[in-house]
Every structure is written in structure tokens, then in C-alpha cells.
Design a protein around this ligand. Structure first.
Ligand SMILES: Nc1ncnc2c1ncn2[C@@H]1O[C@H](COP(=O)(O)OP(=O)(O)O)[C@@H](O)[C@H]1O
Ligand SMILES: [Mg+2]
Length: 468
């Protein structure tokens, strides 16, 4: 089923979502003129293939701790989009204090960040305790505790700038905080569309899952709000663009580059799966690169807390696992299948079962033999045969030792996982951006619809999106 990557097109793939016994329904506005947009970029992403993504052996193990600490320091300097409050009572948490005395601002911001960081960790511990107690429903009070405050922000807090991306139900804007001048990303989903496509539960889950997670390779949600027609999610702006764009420009990645991205993604999946969260929409369009070239997974539209099994047919056709296509009960296994498809695509620029006809894609997923281009090393072929394996009791990642089997596969032999997690491995590609300045040159241009946000009228859907 291997197709020449030169013939591959550059169209971002649509997400598909069918709740049982419903029709396939998807829609996605596409950029008006994709080719023009690609060529109008100031600087096309060039992969520096001379850099090796292999872990650095010369760093002794005990330095890992130092590097981890340095990274933690970096993290606490990431800033929340501040809000203005005039009432400060003794019970107000530091994160909500409005700082008036300019000389204290820097110091206060550090305290605030540390406080948020601690809150995040405490919250996560709480959640992990709840999850490990085999609770089938994450309690609302846990989810809403600390990290995310629903309705925390509003339009007064931001300037809405250009569109960064569009998906099946809404769009993501670049925004700028009116309070600290920093840039963020705002995902906007139309309530009417969510209801029409029966995505109410998925949308509420997206918010819930994002409010639970805290990991270096997952996008961070700062808060949510709504007007009478839309729901909004404020996230960090990930400046380096989609892995998809880099891959299409590069045609395919050299093995060490693919391995570097795969290793970071593997740790993100391990983290989610430890929380009993399945992601269900792994693909290069949902993987962003941060300013240094590390990955951040965005789009939790299909992420779900599933301690047992689920049946919903959702995902993106090229990436969907056979057990989903055949509507069998499934769990984390689907992410490991997609992980295999992703490595395959990174290495050759094409997914193994794709066809211009979606039904044929599904037939291929169910039956077609897995074939490799001759330049795939035997060791990666072995890994991919393990991941892209129709037999669930043989699929790598889905066995008794879970993620450990993937991490211990010989293709990842030279990877030192602690260093990957600490982000102390040099990235294979640094996005050509001016950091922290709202530089969105790595994102395609989309037609800008009228931004009719901030409606205050009648809201027939209010009860459906209470958490926002
Ligand atoms: N935090 C972010 N920073 C920068 N761009 C983002 C961010 N989140 C999403 N995007 C861009 O917006 C696109 C659509 O967002 P996504 O959440 O994937 O929506 P959908 O669920 O409709 O696919 C993404 O593919 C990406 O290009
Ligand atoms: Mg998406």
C-alpha cells in the first residue's frame, strides 16, 4: 500500500466522528488557496538533518536531575493570562491577586507562578488518587479545583487576532492578553454546530481532560468561558506550527528525527494512559512544535477518561485502528495503533493504508498487508509490525507491560527517556520564529470569518455547557 510521497497532497485531514448508528458527518473550511499560502511564507521550514536527534551520551546520569530542575524553573516562568480583580480578601488565592505596586510585580508574578505550579501538582495528585480508586466518573469538584476556573476570562481580557487553524467544529485564534501583553491561543466552538453534530459530550470532555492534564508535551489550558452562541478555551500559543506542515515540507524525516518526535509523543501517551485517558486523534495536524522545537499535543476533542472500554467510532480515517472501524469495544490500544501509523508517516511521508476513497481506506485498515518502503530499517519494521498489529493481544503497548514494551523496543535503544522528558535533548529543528512576539508565520492563512463573539442574547444551550 506504499504510495510515493511525492504524490501526496498537502490537505490537512478531517476528523471523523460517528456515534453509533449515525451518519458520517464532517466539515472543515479549508484555506482559500493552499499553494499560495505555502509559498508566501517568509521562510519555509528546513530540516537541519545534520543535527542528530540521538540522545547525548556524554551527559552523566546525575546531571539529569540538574537539568530537570532547570526545566522546572523554566516552567514556572510560564505565565497565566492575568485577570483584573479589585477585591482582595484574605481567602483569595495568590493567583487571583491584582498587583498594583509596580515594584512588587516581578516578585509577585514569580510567587503566583510557583503557586499555580504547586496547585497543578496537588491537583494532579488528587486526580490520580481518584482515578486509581477506579472511579468511573471524575468528580466535578476535583476537575474544577484550582487549575481551571470556568468563566474566569471574558472578551475584555483579550484582543482577538488572526486565525491559526480550523477544525471540524470551530477555529483557533491567536489572542493577546490585555493585562500582561502575552499571546495565547483561543479555541472557539459554536454551540449550535456542536449540538447539530452531537458532540456535546466530546466538547465537555475536551474541557475536562484539558483541565486534568499537566505535562511538558501536552498543551496547557488556562481557562474557559462562553457567550450565548459559543464556548471558548484559552490555551498557550504554541508558536512553531504543526508537525504536519514540517513533515509535508520535508517530505519525510530521517530516522533520528522521527525517533525524537516519536519518543516525546510516546511519553505523552504514557502519561495520558496512566491517567486512564485515551487520546484518539493522534496525527501530525494535532501535534505542534514549541519555540524550541519540542512537541505539544493539542486538540483533546476526542480525549476521554475510559477506565474500561468504549465503542464510539471517531478519529481520522488514515489513523483509525481496526477495532474502531469494526465497532468493537476498545481502549488504549487505539492510540498505539495510531502511534505506529504516525511513525510510519514520519518516515516516509505517507500513511500505510490511505486511499482517496475513505471506504477503501477502512478496507485496507481491516485487511491490507502492511508493506514498507525498502529503506525502512529492519528494526523499525519490527516496531511497526508490533504497533500496527490487528491482533490486540499482540499489539505493542497493549500488552501487560503497557508503554514499557514500546520504550524498550530496540528502535528506541539509544533513547534515554529521562532526558527526553526533561527536554534536555537538542531538538532536530528549531522553528524560525521570533519568540514571545505573537509570530504566527508558521501557520497557514485561513479566511477570516466575521468574529461575532460576545453575544449576550438568548441561549437555548446554556444547560449543555455549564462547565465553561
Ligand atoms: N494552542 C495552540 N497554539 C497554536 N495553534 C493551535 C493551538 N491549538 C490548536 N491550534 C491550531 O488550530 C488547529 C485546529 O485546532 P484543533 O484543536 O485541532 O481543532 P479541531 O478539534 O477542530 O481539529 C490545530 O490543528 C492547530 O493548527
Ligand atoms: Mg485537530
Amino acid at each position: 500500500m506504499y504510495v510515493d510521497p511525492q504524490k501526496n497532497n498537502e490537505v490537512r485531514r478531517l476528523t471523523l466522528h460517528i456515534t453509533p448508528k449515525e451518519e458520517i458527518s464532517y466539515h472543515q473550511p479549508r484555506p482559500a488557496n493552499e499553494n499560495a499560502m505555502m509559498s508566501s511564507r517568509e521562510q519555509s521550514p528546513q530540516l537541519d538533518t545534520t543535527k542528530s536527534a540521538s540522545p547525548v551520551y556524554s551527559i552523566p546520569k546525575d546531571e539529569i536531575q540538574i537539568l530537570k530542575e532547570r526545566q522546572a524553573q523554566e516552567q514556572i516562568h510560564e505565565k497565566e493570562p492575568e485577570i483584573e480583580t479589585t477585591n482582595t480578601t484574605e481567602n483569595t488565592s495568590i493567583s487571583e491577586l491584582s498587583v498594583n505596586n509596580e515594584t512588587n510585580i516581578a516578585q509577585e508574578q514569580d510567587i503566583r507562578s510557583i503557586s499555580n505550579h504547586k496547585n497543578g501538582i496537588e491537583q494532579l495528585t488528587l486526580i490520580q488518587q481518584h482515578l486509581s480508586a477506579n472511579d468511573s466518573n471524575i468528580p466535578e469538584d476535583v476537575l474544577l479545583h484550582g487549575k481551571i476556573t470556568s468563566g474566569k476570562y471574558g472578551f475584555k481580557d483579550f484582543q482577538i487576532l488572526r486565525t491559526l487553524g480550523t477544525g471540524s467544529f470551530g477555529r483557533v485564534h491567536l489572542i493577546r492578553s490585555n493585562h500582561n501583553g502575552r499571546f495565547y491561543a483561543l479555541k472557539v466552538l459554536k454551540k449550535k454546530t456542536i449540538v447539530k453534530f452531537k458532540q456535546i459530550e466530546h466538547t465537555n470532555d475536551e474541557r475536562k481532560m484539558l483541565s486534568v492534564i499537566a505535562h511538558p508535551f501536552l498543551v496547557r489550558l488556562w481557562g474557559t468561558f462562553q457567550d450565548s452562541q459559543q464556548v471558548f478555551m484559552v490555551m498557550d500559543f504554541i508558536e512553531g506550527g504543526e508537525l504536519f506542515a514540517l513533515l509535508r515540507k520535508s517530505k519525510r524525516f530521517p530516522s533520528p528525527v522521527a525517533k525524537f518526535y516519536a519518543a516525546e509523543i510516546c511519553l505523552a501517551l504514557e502519561y495520558l494512559h496512566d491517567l486512564e485517558i485515551i487520546y484518539r486523534d493522534l496525527k501530525p495536524e494535532n501535534i505542534l512544535l514549541d519555540k524550541n522545537g519540542h512537541i505539544k499535543i493539542t486538540d483533546f476533542g476526542f480525549a476521554k477518561y475510559v477506565p474500561d472500554v468504549t465503542y464510539t467510532l471517531c478519529g481520522t480515517p488514515d489513523y483509525i485502528a481496526p477495532e474502531v472501524v469494526s465497532t468493537k469495544p476498545y481502549n488504549k490500544s487505539v492510540d498505539w495503533w495510531s502511534f505506529g501509523i504516525l511513525i510510519y508517516e514520519m518516515l516516509c511521508g505517507q500513511t500505510p493504508f490511505c486511499d482517496s476513497n475513505t471506504i477503501k481506506t477502512y478496507e485496507n485498515i481491516m485487511n491490507a498487508p502492511l508493506k514498507f518502503p525498502e529503506y525502512f530499517e529492519p528494526v523499525v519494521q519490527d516496531l511497526l509490525r508490533g504497533l500496527i498489529n490487528r491482533n490486540l493481544s499482540q499489539r505493542l503497548g497493549n500488552l501487560q507491560r503497557g508503554t514499557e514494551d514500546v520504550k524498550n523496543h530496540p528502535w528506541f535503544d539509544e533513547v534515554i527517556w529521562d532526558k527526553i522528558l526533561a527536554r534536555c535533548i537538542e531538538t532536530p529543528y528549531e522553528p524560525p520564529i521570533r519568540q514571545g512576539q505573537g509570530d504566527s508565520s508558521q501557520f497557514d492563512r485561513y479566511p477570516e470569518d466575521d468574529m461575532n463573539y460576545g453575544f449576550e442574547g438568548e441561549d437555548p444551550y446554556r444547560d449543555l455547557f455549564k462547565d465553561f
